[in-house]
Design a binder for this molecule. Structure first.
Ligand SMILES: Nc1ncnc2c1ncn2[C@@H]1O[C@H](COP(=O)(O)OP(=O)(O)OP(=O)(O)O)[C@@H](O)[C@H]1O
Length: 267
């Protein structure tokens, strides 16, 4: 098991945010966490990548207690694309991406030719090789997000944590980003809002509601009309798409539901 979260609790001040979380990720799996805004997805991920300390419970990382592994050892294997990509100084795009190489270096090592090649290769993968010299500060939200993804790629991680990695991206880049990370063959744990994307890419999905894990399993088992109604209070039509072979969720606005009900039809 690459990651095993056992009985995790976390509170901000005295407010319990997540409780009794159990979650496992096996080598090579693409695991998604879904759940409404504020249900605690980022909080769980932050406990894994050690931006937060668990209040209770244990996180095992490749069989060892996460809290006991030196940060640099974790950083060699773990790439993170978080939600907040604020950078305080005026760095260029390549400056940001080369930071992904830091865990692989000693204190005063300078950038090698190999580092430079990895940076350009990573920028190419996200379609930003022509922007290497641009100032990160003046990029659009989506461009910034792609640069942060390139930084994680440059790190050459074995395990990727993605917290809503495509929330600023247009549909073209959303799909190419998920195709890209999936093609890396690394282990992935990702918080995802878009349920169709989760259905398309995830091997398994965990469902979080009010800080509790209420289900986990394959997308086609988990993403039912009942479950989506239970979690989000939204009616849906779910079909198996003939071309992707994956489930496809159509969301039904209140107006459509009412219209059908007035006509005596059931959804
Ligand atoms: N630094 C903080 N201090 C206090 N409360 C916080 C802090 N960060 C997050 N919270 C609260 O913790 C709860 C869970 O937040 P979290 O970001 O984990 O949810 P999420 O499921 O990732 O949400 P979203 O889908 O909106 O990104 C929210 O109610 C949030 O307001």
């Amino acid at each position: 098991m690459d990651l095993s979260i056992q009985n995790l609790d976390f509170s901000y001040e005295k407010r319990k945010i997540v409780e009794d979380i159990e979650l496992n990720v096996k080598e090579g799996e693409f695991v998604g966490i879904i759940g409404p805004n504020g249900s605690g997805k980022s909080t769980i991920l932050k406990n894994v990548y050690r931006s937060l300390q668990p209040e209770k419970g244990v996180i095992f990382w490749y069989g060892e207690k996460m809290g006991r592994i030196p940060y640099k050892e974790v950083a060699k294997k773990l790439g993170v694309v978080g939600q907040e990509n604020y950078v305080p100084f005026d760095f260029t795009v390549e400056d940001i991406v080369v930071m992904g190489r830091n865990p692989h270096k000693k204190l005063f090592d300078t950038d090698t030719q190999e580092d430079k090649e990895i940076v350009m290769e990573s920028l190419k993968k996200i379609g930003m090789e022509d922007s290497a010299k641009r100032s990160y500060r003046y990029l659009s939200g989506g461009e910034k997000q792609r640069v942060i993804i390139a930084r994680a790629l440059a790190q050459k991680p074995e395990f990727l944590i993605l917290d809503e990695p495509t929330n600023h991206l247009d549909i073209g880049y959303q799909l190419s980003t998920f195709d890209l990370v999936k093609s890396l063959g690394v282990t992935i744990l990702a918080a995802i809002h878009d349920l169709n994307i989760a259905a398309m890419y995830c091997d398994r999905i965990y469902v979080l509601k009010n800080g509790r894990m209420i289900a986990n399993g394959k997308p086609e088992i988990i993403l039912t009309t009942e479950m989506i109604w239970n979690i989000y209070g939204v009616k849906t039509d779910i079909t198996l798409h003939p071309k992707t072979g994956k489930i496809n969720i159509a969301y039904l606005p209140e107006g459509v539901v009412e219209q059908h009900e007035q006509q005596g039809k059931t959804l």
